[in-house]
Design a protein around this ligand. Structure first.
Ligand SMILES: *[C@@H]1O[C@H](CO)[C@@H](O)[C@H](O)[C@H]1NC(C)=O
Ligand SMILES: *[C@@H]1O[C@H](CO)[C@@H](O)[C@H](O)[C@H]1NC(C)=O
Ligand SMILES: *[C@@H]1O[C@H](CO)[C@@H](O)[C@H](O)[C@H]1NC(C)=O
Ligand SMILES: *[C@@H]1O[C@H](CO)[C@@H](O)[C@H](O)[C@H]1NC(C)=O
Length: 432
């Protein structure tokens, strides 16, 4: 596997979206509501994936395929007019979800012993199953399916660490579940910790780990989560306490987004504040996010050796709490949705383009190349794939009463597993 990533300059121009203040307010207010209840479910989230984006013109793909045997390309063109996947050439962000009943996920929430109950929709009572049979098809190339053997071979002798929130934790569990079924019982182990959890595949000498740091930077709501977003205070320029646990890895995958979206302002501390937590200042969300990510970028640039370690960043995972976004005025958030949105480029209020452009502009200036796993657009379509009422809150399954009140209790942030995060990992693996 090549260790050098794409040069930062190849990574997407920053999106220059300008939102009207009123829209931002609306979005942030709906987030505040959401955040309030998702924090109750107390999960470290982890998420992500991003794709490195380069335009994938068929012309350049053609040139590339001349390296391959003529036979191969003839074979290909008989099947369809898309090209074999090449991470340098194909932009997987553009494409569509295609339904295929014969696609089976690589695991179920009963077969995989490592899933948090929170993501186990079937176990938790979800009966419709179509959401498990959609496949992402990029317009310009065929994305290889996730192959557990290839994944473990690519990782052989390596340590892979996912860092972030509960969406990232879902992505980590999806990855572990997709590879664990081909490993015999006595050749694998899982150690769950408060902050760091480690899955080990002994024969391959591989670890697949997760570290809980919902803001990446330090806050007073990391280990002991504070339910009320207004009480949370972030140390936007401090990361060492977490980052000391990230060293020595071969592959790092970061995310952070939804925890920042709980209000209009973020209580932030930086420098040495003589009066402790009292000395915070309230910063606009995008400003605090920018400082926090800059702190993360400085850590990466000063600590990570790009010849040894590859760095990925999963873009924001969309939330689907406003059914008017997809034209259902009387909808109950994502509750009862059983089909993806089919409108091309559908984009809802749960994905803030300004926040996306903050990430892009910071990554662009980094010395160490960072590959985006750009999951935002592909996941925007998947209003049908959230845990909804088939989840738990505070360690308990929703009661029948709560299930009957989806407006207040449906979780339209997290995703069922198996489900959409499997596709994030499919994309991630293709770029590894
Ligand atoms: C659906 O998936 C099956 C199993 O992977 C595959 O053989 C078949 O070609 C797929 N069908 C379509 C229409 O893509
Ligand atoms: C990475 O490798 C290149 C080429 O071998 C070398 O010039 C560079 O100094 C190395 N960088 C680090 C940080 O070791
Ligand atoms: C949800 O879907 C089920 C099955 O289609 C239907 O019976 C029920 O009325 C729907 N609930 C709401 C609140 O729309
Ligand atoms: C991710 O893809 C979207 C298009 O779907 C694009 O607008 C955005 O800039 C990309 N994000 C990054 C960080 O590259």
């Amino acid at each position: 596997m090549t260790l050098a990533g794409p040069s930062p300059s190849t990574i997407m121009k920053a999106y220059r979206g300008k939102l009207h203040l009123s829209i931002i307010t609306l979005v942030l207010c709906s987030f505040a509501f959401v955040a309030l209840f998702y924090t109750e479910r107390v999960s470290p989230l982890s998420t992500n994936s991003i794709l490195k984006l380069k335009s994938c013109s068929k012309k350049s793909a053609t040139k590339k395929s001349s390296d391959k045997t003529a036979e191969e390309s003839v074979h290909n063109s008989l099947l369809d007019d898309r090209f074999d996947f090449d991470p340098e050439e194909c932009n997987v962000v553009h494409g569509k979800w295609a339904f295929n009943r014969s696609i089976k996920p690589l695991y179920t929430d009963r077969s995989c012993p490592y899933l948090d109950r929170q993501f186990c929709c079937v176990k938790n009572g979800r009966r419709d199953s179509d959401y498990r049979h959609w496949e992402w098809q990029p317009d310009d190339c065929t994305l290889p399916r996730f192959n557990p053997e290839i994944a473990l071979k690519k990782l052989r002798g390596k340590r892979l660490l996912f860092v972030g929130d509960s969406l990232q934790r879902g992505q980590w569990q999806s990855f572990v579940c997709m590879v664990e079924s081909i490993i015999p019982e006595d050749k694998k182990s899982m150690k769950r910790g408060r902050a760091l959890s480690v899955f080990t595949a002994k024969e391959y000498d591989v670890t697949i780990e997760f570290y809980w740091a919902p803001f990446l930077v330090e806050s007073n709501s990391d280990v002991h989560i504070i339910g009320d977003p207004k009480q949370r205070i972030l140390r936007v320029d401090s990361i060492a306490k977490h980052a000391q646990h990230w060293e020595g890895r071969d592959i790092l995958v970061f995310n952070t987004y939804v925890w920042w979206m709980s209000g209009l302002k973020i209580k932030s501390l930086w420098g040495s504040f003589a009066n402790g937590e009292e000395g915070y200042e309230e910063l606009d969300t995008t400003v605090a996010y920018k400082i926090g990510l800059k702190t993360w970028a400085n850590w990466v640039d000063s600590t990570v050796n790009p010849n040894k370690t590859r760095v990925f960043f999963t873009t924001m995972s969309p939330t689907h709490t406003r059914s008017a976004d997809w034209g259902k005025m009387e909808g109950l958030r994502c509750y009862n949705e059983t089909k993806p949105v089919m409108k091309k480029k559908h984009w809802g209020t749960g994905s803030n383009k300004q926040m996306m452009s903050v990430v892009a502009s910071i990554v662009e200036k980094m010395k160490v190349p960072v590959t985006f796993v750009n999951i935002t657009q592909i996941s925007e379509y998947r209003i049908d794939a959230h845990t909804s009422v088939y989840t738990e809150t505070g360690g308990k399954l929703l009661t029948d009463e709560q299930k009957a009140d989806p407006l207040h209790h449906a979780d339209c942030i997290h995703w069922c597993l198996p489900g959409v995060p499997d596709t994030w990992n499919q994309i991630f693996l293709a770029h590894l």
